[in-house]
Design a binder for this molecule. Structure first.
Ligand SMILES: Cc1cc2nc3c(=O)[nH]c(=O)nc-3n(C[C@H](O)[C@H](O)[C@H](O)COP(=O)(O)OP(=O)(O)OC[C@H]3O[C@@H](n4cnc5c(N)ncnc54)[C@H](O)[C@@H]3O)c2cc1C
Length: 413
């Protein structure tokens, strides 16, 4: 999306877009299989910039894009509570509610004259209290990031983290306010790839080179070698993962600076309906292998349960065929234990590993990205995108960042 967005809005035809795979779209792909529509894990769209949204939706066709009021829940043993956990502690069993309430009160008092938390893990307890952190925030985020949360920057999730202060939490007891950055989201009938095609429609087909991987970049000669020939460049914009770009350019960096997780995704199609209404559900339990499950059938209003399942792994975790098969069976087992499926029959499935998936934003990585980007830009090389900027962001952010770079370069159409 980042590379296409740049090409879509650049003021010249004198560019080449290299994509190592046989289609564009990166992680924003859609799989059509046995009547199911699945993405590379759930990709839903929430635009803050209405002009961008209107532009894309008009390219897709308004009648093909659904607008949906989000229904997100947390699996909490034998019942289900609303997401986010920290704003819905009053939905917990009474003893757990009291525990969380007293702890968040004490955390709030302590914060007034205490020190600011130094990392993401500390922030969770400092802001929301020990009980809320230990019951949901820590186990859930450890499952997702597959790392020690104290290694992450205090603001590792930026605006995507559902913050709430003590007053918000208390007021929410009377009337829940679960508003978040994606309270409503849009989704096209043909899956996330339709947004890709919308952006791609502004890119000259002849300028796209598929199956063309950039294999090395000579910064001083301004030449890129690819699996499909050599390209001389004035300006090179990369959306490849940042440490891979540094490798391609021969720029050294401290080992461990750019750590990340990977996510094993299963898309599962069943023969009959499962839980109604919910769009996605969070699973903090350490004995449930996945951290989140999404329900495409409740987005499309279809009759067969259609799920995406996400499992976090450290970057060096092995996810080979044997692991995939073992985890597929484990997922089915866990879905049954959690009451999501009963005698459902799995009729279709697909798997993909997103590698990298969530980058670990640390104090070090923030500084290193800035320094390395400054060095590369001296040679006309710019790195943008979720992985190019080594950050946590949405597809809308990718489009905005691409356009901002065009403005910076004075190259926007
Ligand atoms: C689990 C998960 C869920 C998400 N859910 C949402 C969501 O609901 N909504 C949302 O807005 N965002 C979501 N995102 C974020 C979204 O996926 C990203 O913001 C977006 O896909 C990033 O696009 P990109 O173009 O920057 O990077 P990518 O999609 O990674 O694209 C980079 C492209 O560069 C190509 N490439 C890499 N190296 C080379 C090379 N050497 N030569 C040539 N080509 C190369 C790759 O093949 C790829 O096509 C989610 C992300 C994850 C991991």
């Amino acid at each position: 999306m980042t590379g296409l967005s740049f090409a879509d809005a650049v003021n010249t035809d004198d560019y080449i877009l290299c994509e190592s795979l046989d289609d564009v779209g990166g992680y924003c792909q859609t799989v059509f299989q046995d009547g199911f529509v699945w993405d590379y894990s759930g990709h839903f769209f929430h635009f803050r910039n209405k002009d961008i949204e209107e532009e894309l939706v008009s390219r897709i066709g308004k009648d093909r894009v659904r607008t949906i009021n989000k229904d997100s829940r947390i699996y909490w043993r034998d019942h289900i509570i609303d997401f986010p956990f920290q704003k819905n502690i009053h939905q917990l069993p009474k003893d757990e509610f009291i525990e969380c309430l007293v702890d968040v009160y004490e955390a709030d008092q302590a914060q007034r004259d205490g020190q600011a938390p130094k990392n993401f893990g500390e922030m969770l307890s400092a802001k929301f209290g020990r009980a809320t952190a230990e019951k949901f925030l820590i186990p859930y985020n450890e499952k997702l990031y597959a790392t020690d949360l104290s290694s992450l920057d205090v603001d590792a999730m930026g605006r995507f983290f559902p913050y709430a202060n003590f007053d918000d939490i208390i007021r929410g007891f009377r009337s829940s306010d679960n508003a978040s950055y994606n309270s409503t989201f849009t989704y096209p009938d043909g899956g996330a790839i339709e947004y890709v095609r919308a952006v791609q429609s502004g890119v000259k087909p002849d300028n796209i080179r598929l199956n063309t991987a950039v294999t090395s970049i000579d910064l001083s000669k301004k030449v890129a070698d690819t699996t499909n020939g050599t390209i001389e460049f004035e300006t090179l914009v990369s959306s490849a993962p940042f440490p891979r770009l540094l490798d391609l350019c021969g720029v050294p960096y401290e080992p461990g600076t750019y750590s990340y997780n990977k996510v094993l995704v299963f898309n599962l199609g069943f023969n009959k309906k499962g839980p109604e209404k919910v769009h996605w559900m969070y699973f903090p339990q350490r004995d449930v292998c996945f951290y989140r499950a999404g329900f495409y059938d409740n987005i499309f209003n279809t009759e067969r349960l259609s799920l995406y399942i996400e499992i976090g792994y450290p970057a060096d975790g092995i996810v080979d065929n044997e692991v995939v098969e073992r985890m597929r069976l484990q997922v089915l087992d866990d879905l049954k234990r959690c009451g999501i499926i009963s005698d459902h029959e799995l009729v279709s499935w697909h798997t993909i590993t997103l590698d990298p998936a969530y980058v670990h934003i640390t104090e070090n990585s923030i500084k290193a990205v800035e320094q390395h980007k400054a060095k590369l830009s001296e040679h006309g090389v710019y790195s943008i995108g979720r992985y190019g900027s080594w950050t946590y962001c949405s597809i809308e952010d990718n489009i905005i960042e691409a356009r901002a770079l065009l403005d910076q370069l004075g190259a926007r159409a």
